[in-house]
Ligand binder design. Sequence first.
Ligand SMILES: Nc1nc2c(ncn2[C@@H]2O[C@H](COP(=O)(O)OP(=O)(O)OP(=O)(O)O)[C@@H](O)[C@H]2O)c(=O)[nH]1
Length: 645
Amino acid sequence: MNRQRLLKIWCLKKLGETHRCYSSAGDPTKLINFSEFTPEKIRNFGIVAHVDHGKSTLADRLLELCGAVPPGQQQMLDKLQVERERGITVKAQTAALKYQGYLLNLIDTPGHVDFSAEVSRSLAVCDGILLLVAANQGVQAQTIANFWLAFEKNIQIIPVINKIDLPGADIKSVETQLKNLFEFNSEECLHISAKSGLNVEKVLDAIVERVPAPTANVNAPFRAMIFDSYFDHFRGAIAHIVVKEGSVRKGDKIRSYQNDKSYDVTEVGVMRPEMVKCTEVRAGQVGYLVCNMRTVKEAVVGETLFAAETPKESVQSFAEIKGVKPTVYAGLFPVETADYESLKQAVERLCLNDPSVTVTPDASKALGLGWRIGFLGVLHMEVFGARLSQEYDASVILCQPSVEYRAKIKDNESIRKKRYDGMEEVRILDPSKFPEESDVDSFLEPMVKVRMIVPNEMMGTVNGLCSECRGERGEISSIDTSRLMILWRLPLAEVAVDFFERLKKLTSGYASFDYEPDGWQETRLVKLTILINGKEVSEFSQILPAAMARDRAKTLVQRLKREIPRQQFEVTIKACIGSSTKALSQIVIQPMKRDFSQLLKGNFGGGGMERLNKKLSHQKKGKERMKMVGNIQIPKEAFLNVLKN
Ligand SMILES: Nc1nc2c(ncn2[C@@H]2O[C@H](COP(=O)(O)OP(=O)(O)OP(=O)(O)O)[C@@H](O)[C@H]2O)c(=O)[nH]1
């Protein structure tokens, strides 16, 4: 008997007939009437954990046990193509589950630090969380960050030790860590295997028993908060809501608080995990709502929706959901300048689903009109680019990311007024805006507090890496007999790009890390200017600490040589400081030796023409990926690849 069948029988045996609602013959929701769930019969909970500790796998099992999907499904809540391709969760997803007379609203969240904004936003909806810790890896940096996020919001936390089926599982030691770090008693911890399903029903019981019911009033007029939204090509913006008061049905008239617009509700429903229409969504419940919101700005996260008949003055709007500040900024441009308008719409629509990005218009001499986009990390940036291409069929160029620097302008009225709008301090988001060094008193760079969990014997290696990254050592404490928690203060610029990759490589994957902003520090910065055949290409230029300029110059020209194909003429790449033309590093790309088309044109016999056409069509495809900078063809990937190792 195969595993899926076994699991199905096991599920049915454990849960009894009432849960056999996943029958493939019918729509599972037909068996469920969500209106019967009063707030005391509702539990809104999230699953949070460090990367790969099993959130999505546990979500799959919970969906199966509650009959929302047939057994054996994988990563049901990772719906985006990019999530499936990369095996990571990027977007928090919800699913309404029915369990023993209770309605459990599950929110699966991402684990990677770059998507922590999704976790914070989801916590605005949850009254409890499952804090998942893999038994073979123990508490990791993101576990600690998530614990504090939930603790500060006064949310009930249920510790769950997962992957107990693995041979390397060390439940006792994870319990000790949970006790030492968060004061959880061993009796509070659940021991499960999300993969095999072992003890997973105990998780459902714990949710019912330990997570408090939402505070909600069914008898008041409708009031709800938008906690997530996305743009549907046919129906406009779709808002995910948590209803705090009253209820909402198709045909109701509602208003929005911040945008002050009126709407007719055309559809309401819940996620199971696909959209399922319902007759109404009531106080305490989590669901979605469609109401002809035509522009993305109308469905912003944190917006309050309320019954149209309620006077606006008497409506209490929801507290703003605090945005997370971007850590890196990068230029985004269409490959074809003619695609600017359609890309603009795609960016706006994607931002609705990913409100943690910031967008400001930008223009580049080489790449035309575009935007400077703030992301929560380089992975976030890559995922945003991939989603634009996968979900909106957009072809984009993403430039090298840079952190935000600041410059204190000299205390001189005329300099400040003439060149800096009278400002004392200016933000520098990209190298093309780097101020004249003679105008600047001092430069500042953003710092972060980095928390790493590492095996005892790797402390020296990790400390070596952090000092190399211009860090300042902080506290060290042991979390059990074999692992340490090490704190360092590092420049964000060192952490943002490939710090985690380097840390993983050095520690064979045994270290985990997390970081949070920690103020600014004075530093000496320079602009490393890249000149290609004498012309500056600011998309490749960089701002960096003076001490690192020479090494970076060398690496950068080498990488550009690797990325820029041979042209019909000689190409000289130079890296210089500021406006100087004295090269710190220089390289020449020799011209192509022969023009193959000329060679083939003279030889029409013996399939020559065919070969020529084939070659030309290859060349055409290649050219679509190229960007002309002056008279030089540069592949669009080069704009991002130059920063990769
Ligand atoms: N042996 C074993 N493997 C598990 C268990 N739970 C999850 N896994 C595996 O661990 C890997 C990561 O699981 P996911 O569910 O994708 O982890 P996640 O926390 O959702 O990952 P992110 O969303 O990317 O942070 C997958 O290969 C799972 O099959 C378990 O209980 N036992």
